[in-house]
Design a protein around this ligand. Structure first.
Ligand code: PEP
Length: 249
């Protein structure tokens, strides 16, 4: 199981140090669960210093698809590696919505991330109108196939997929366990098709969308749910730790 916190555009440097320290101090053994933390770019270095030696892995929330150069305001894969990142979240629905990211840019980014030995956490998920129209499986299938097109993955540990229905992100509304199980099963079949059964069957598929201490256990018990991508609840040490504990059982 894998639990990753996505801090989004929250917490200044002091607060980032405080939260990562509080989580690291109480995380306990990491033998049955992997844990990641994705602070904003400016806090990566400081949080890495806190996490170093704890087993909790650092991740970024985005990166640019090019190697480097004249891309003002952007951050490259090698820069993320240099500050200790293991994961990078790609194609989060907020980036698809506010920064115009497409499956094609996500695929370029994921390929570049792999070249630099970063583990991409590729996010997919349908909107409310798409869910209501019954096109959610087709929408997610297209996102998975196109976002992962050309991505090199020969070991299951080299890639993570996060299913995050847009209507459940930050809304307090969670997909039902059945909805989650159905979509995760569908994504599993796509991963096995793309990367072969041996690799595709082991790629972690995280659920994201208003996961909290009260619903984590039930969601994590669903087939093909290998953990969670946690937004709001990752900003409170107690809640995040309780979600990590739910993944342990
Ligand atoms: C997210 O943005 O990745 C997320 C799952 O957010 P929340 O947990 O706040 O819904």
């Amino acid at each position: 199981m894998l639990v990753v916190g996505n801090w989004k555009m929250n917490l200044d440097l002091a607060a980032a140090r405080q939260l990562s320290s509080a989580i690291a101090a109480s995380i306990g053994p990491l033998d049955t669960v992997d844990v990641g933390m994705c602070p904003p770019f400016v806090a990566l270095d400081a949080v890495f210093a806190v996490l170093h030696g704890t087993g909790i892995r650092l991740g970024a929330q985005n990166m640019h698809e090019e190697e480097g150069g004249a891309y003002t305001g952007e951050v490259s894969a090698s820069m993320l590696r240099a500050v200790g990142c293991h994961y990078v979240i790609l194609g989060h629905s907020e980036r698809r919505q506010y920064a115009g990211e497409t499956d094609q840019t996500v695929s370029k980014k994921a390929r570049k991330a792999r070249e630099h030995n970063l583990v991409p956490i590729v996010c997919v998920g349908e909107s409310l109108p798409q869910r209501e129209a019954g096109t959610h499986q087709a929408v997610v299938e297209k996102q998975v196939m196109e976002s992962l097109s050309g991505v090199d993955c020969t070991h299951a540990s080299e890639l993570v997929v996060a299913y995050e229905p847009v209507w459940a992100i930050g809304t307090g509304e969670t997909a039902s366990p059945q909805q989650v199980a159905d979509m995760h099963g569908h994504i599993r079949r796509l991963l096995e098709h793309l990367f072969g059964r041996a690799v595709g069957s082991g790629i972690p598929i995280l659920y994201g969308g208003s996961v909290k201490p009260s619903n984590a256990q039930e969601l994590f018990n669903q087939p093909n749910v290998d953990g969670g991508l946690i937004g709001g609840a990752s900003l409170r040490a107690e809640d995040f730790l309780s979600i990590v504990n739910a993944a342990r059982r």
